[in-house]
Design a protein around this ligand. Sequence first.
Ligand code: KG4
Ligand code: ZN
Length: 340
Amino acid sequence: MDKDVKILAIESSCDETSAAVVVNGREVLSNIIASQIDIHTKFGGVVPEVASRKHIEAISVVVKEALEVAKIDFEDIDAVAVTYGPGLVGALLVGLQYAKGLAYALKKPLIGVNHIEGHISANFIEHKDLKPPFVCLVVSGGHTFVVYMKDFGDFEVLGETRDDAAGEAFDKVARSIGLGYPGGPKIDKISKIGNEDAIKFPRANFHEECLDFSFSGVKSAVLNYLNNKAMKEEIIVAEDVAASFQKAVVGVLVDNAIKACKIKKVDKIAIAGGVASNSSLRKTMIEEGNKNGIEVLFPAPILCTDNAAMIGSAGYFEYKKGRVASIKLNAIPNLKLGER
Ligand code: KG4
Ligand code: ZN
């Protein structure tokens, strides 16, 4: 039997400083997340300069805690995995420099991980027997992709957003109806008591085979609706606006996800990223999956938002493929999926 591989993983691409210890890409010994949400809420969104400073303050504390909770020492780890893109450059650099310093001092391999591949890998932690091929819908604050995962670390992008990411649209619409940051969970919550058929917001549909997304149209439609109502001094029912907007976004996400499974002839789809916590997306995806004979998989909510355990999982599969990074590894803010 192969020796267990213990990866110390670090994530700092946006507003969460996280460190985790993951065994063989599937078993999480610790997953420490220091969130900066409270600070950024005051500004209505993530302030990059503030994020970098907060990462610097938190990084050594979360790494120390990750080892303590995992009950291991630095010497026990086999490799250091770190997110090197995509994300905010200043934020990425904090985790990356720390990881490089550690790998160098400990004489352990350094593994560079793509943040989006990390989100997809959260499914390998949640579903212990999950193996490619499958389709994955990645929906986060910065990205929206539908991908075909052919093998571990081998992706084909089938569709992506042409403008806003799904989570970004949730956050912007939430701000316009006065819900604050981060808006996704708040829209999700108030939509439960809203009428999703109250307002017909547009859905961007490209030609039949195209699996791309666009959310700027629905976002503008919500803003126009709110402006019109305000001008006419009519009452705005925030719950109905939220539920109708959510229905439009979820409808497009689910349609493209099911289409992708049919095109690739697979009967399994994994959902990933912060928006994968959305209750309407979960419910609609499962219903449509059942109708089409497709198994729908989600990670637990704690593995959907940014965390280092998912980086440790993706890092393990990179490590197994011998993809070790050089100490010169740099942050790539716009790193593409599958690019190395
Ligand atoms: O994956 P993530 O933590 O960070 C990025 O890599 O972007 O995703 C954060 C995004 C935010 O836009 C947030 O509003 C959204 O995920 N989100 C949700 C929900 N929970 C988080 N969107 C809709 N419904 C939710 N329940
Ligand atoms: Zn993310």
